[in-house]
Structure formats: C-alpha cells, structure tokens
Design a protein. Structure first.
Length: 229
C-alpha cells in the first residue's frame, strides 16, 4: 500500500482528495502547512507527496526544496498542486524538483489515476542489475545513485527514470510521446513541454557530459555514445 502525504490548506479539497485516495487503496496523511508537511514526511516517509504551491507558512516550492535536500527524502515523488497555471510557475516547480504538476480545478478521478501511474512507473529499485556506464556517466540502478566523473549527483525519482530510459537506448531517438508514455506512464494528460523542462534540468546535471543528451528538433531526444564519435 503506497503512502501519500496530502499538503493543502483548503480543508474541503484536502478531505475530498483524502477520501478518494483511501477509497483507491492508498494510505494517506493530511498536512495544512509546509512545516507540518516536513514534519510528517520525516516521521513517516511517503512514496508520494501531493503538494500545494500556496501554503500559509511557506511556498510549496520551499517545501519541495527542503525535501530534496534531505538524503532520506530526496527520492520521494512530488506532485505540485496549485491554482496557478502559468508556465513560469510550472518551471519553478520543476526547478526545485517536482515530478509532475496538476492545476486546479481538476477531476479527482483523473488525479487518482495520474498518481497511480506515477507510482507504478517509479517502482522499486531493481536489485542485481549492473550499473549503466556511458563515458563519465555511471547510473547505479540497484542503489538508485548517479555519478558524473566519480562524483555523486542527486536526481529526482523521475529524472533517474528518464536517464535510465535514455541510457538503455543509446543512440536511439525517443519521441516526446514515447517518453510521456514509457517514463511518465501517461498517454495524454501531461503536456509534452513538461518533458522539455525535465530534459533541460537533467542535461544541466550531466555537467561536462551535457552534450551527450541531444535534442532531435521536432522529434524528441537521444543520448549519444562518446566512444562512437
């Protein structure tokens, strides 16, 4: 049973989401402030946090940033929930490590399906698999750790899945639609521009190897093998 932390100061909405998630088989906890959310996550690590951007004590982006800074919590899936729909707000959420973004108003049924898809695709670390290496990059799938030139670089759960997907398909172009379905586990509920934002953030984390993650204009992305150049 996946544990979901719902962080929203709108009591009626939080209770509605809580009821529907429990009916869908989730274990849930509700927090109305950023401080309460951080405390709850530290006491019982959730698999996913549904995090409102506008909270009474601190922005949801600050809560997200603090969660990503803690080793024990940095891999928790975070879905931003907000009434704001502007692209700048979405980008800011992804910059601090959000995995997905849901804009109010929304269908609660669709929200439940989206969270199930995100959790299904995240999965548990696969034990016994050899690390993936490509030039200065090393992705340890079993330990869920990533290194550039021997130095560990933290990735969000979604960034890790995205990089693993690309590194197991070296040289092969992956369309945005393929990535949306195979990495996000969604068919049409997420804008493909969200993928571009995640790829941009991931590319920055590759450091000196950032040029290996190539944009194929009008199609999608691929990761290159430096030894084949």
């Amino acid at each position: 049973m996946s544990h979901v932390l719902i962080v929203d100061d709108e009591r009626d909405l939080a209770e509605l989401i809580d009821f529907n998630l429990q009916a869908a088989g989730f274990s849930t906890q509700v927090a109305a402030t950023g401080g309460a959310a951080l405390s709850a996550a530290r006491q019982q690590r959730p698999e996913l946090i549904l995090l409102d951007l506008m909270l009474p004590d601190m922005p949801g982006t600050e809560v997200c940033r603090q969660l990503r800074a803690e080793t024990h919590l940095r891999d928790v899936l975070i879905v931003m929930l907000t009434a704001k729909g502007e692209e700048a707000d979405r980008v800011r959420g992804f910059e601090v490590g959000a995995d997905d973004y849901v804009t109010k108003p929304f269908s609660v049924r669709e929200l439940v399906l989206r969270l199930k898809a995100i959790l299904r695709r995240s999965g548990a670390p696969q034990q016994g698999l050899a690390p993936l290496t490509l030039g200065p990059l090393k992705l340890d799938v079993s330990a869920h750790r990533f290194y550039v030139e021997g130095k560990e670089v933290p990735l969000t759960a979604l960034e890790f899945r995205l990089l693993a997907h690309l590194m197991t398909r070296v040289g092969r172009v992956q369309t945005r639609e393929q990535l949306l379905e195979e990495v996000w586990g969604l068919s049409s509920t997420l804008e493909t521009r969200t993928i571009d934002t995640h790829v941009m953030r991931l590319r920055d984390k590759l450091g000196p190897a950032r040029s290996l993650l190539e944009t194929v204009r009008g199609i999608g992305y691929r990761i290159l093998d430096p030894s084949a150049a």
